[in-house]
Design a protein around this ligand. Structure first.
Ligand SMILES: [Zn+2]
Ligand SMILES: [Zn+2]
Length: 218
């Protein structure tokens, strides 16, 4: 049989690596060994799995990198979550040997609803252009007096009147105090007494007072 000179290209529907959840398909996310073993593994999304070579014996993964905040031009900022990654425009070819295992990059909302966050759970709410350091979307909702995007690692408390969310530290409260809180009214809603009273019919006066005095005490 004459050997074909055309390179053999064959896209695979899946590839199995060792481990309990070892079947990897295009669209799945994976952890890849960092060259420096003291660094956390790289996160990437598998775009294509390709068998190359005459017998299709060589397997290559075409991946799209997720960047960790510290790998981006702007670096890590206070609102970035510890499990946050950005979907970059940086593609690469990787061999199956460098894959440590599967991981799960959730959409932001889905991540905030996880009952428990496992080591392999991440979230992504931004796309990142590696050449320019720009993010899409370039604006997202901000909360609290500090006007920061939500970091899912941080506890926040919601004002019952304006529904804005606040960091306990920004409203001079400890995390412990915030966790015990039954009702919370932010500074601007408390000063507008009329609004607060109107909205708090269903709540007991006592717990409101407790919240307010706690806030005044500093
Ligand atoms: Zn704040
Ligand atoms: Zn408020």
């Amino acid at each position: 049989m004459a050997k074909s000179r055309q390179p053999q290209r064959q896209l695979l529907k899946s590839f199995t690596i060792k481990g309990p959840d070892g079947v990897i398909r295009p669209g799945d996310s994976v952890l890849l060994k960092a060259p420096d073993s003291s660094k956390p593994p790289y996160v990437a999304r598998v775009e294509e799995i390709e068998a190359t070579g005459p017998q299709g014996t060589n397997v290559e993964f075409r991946v799209r990198w997720y960047y960790r905040p510290e790998e981006s031009m702007g670096g890590r900022r206070s609102f970035h979550g510890s499990k946050e990654v950005f979907l970059s425009d940086h593609y690469d070819i990787q061999s199956p040997d460098s894959i440590e295992g599967k991981c799960y990059v959730h959409k932001f909302k889905a991540y905030t609803r996880l009952r428990s966050v496992r080591a392999e759970d991440y979230f992504s709410r931004f796309e990142y252009k590696s050449a320019t350091g720009s993010f899409t979307p370039d604006r997202i909702a901000v909360f609290c007096k500090c006007e920061m995007p939500y970091n899912p690692d941080d506890l926040m408390i919601q004002c019952e009147v304006c529904f804005d969310w606040f960091h306990p530290s920004c409203v001079r409260m400890t995390i412990k105090e915030a966790k015990k809180l039954q009702h919370f009214f932010c500074e601007s809603c408390v000063s507008e007494d009329g609004i607060k009273l109107q909205k708090s019919n269903g709540a007991t006066g006592e717990s409101e007072k407790a919240v307010i005095s706690k806030r005044c005490r500093r």
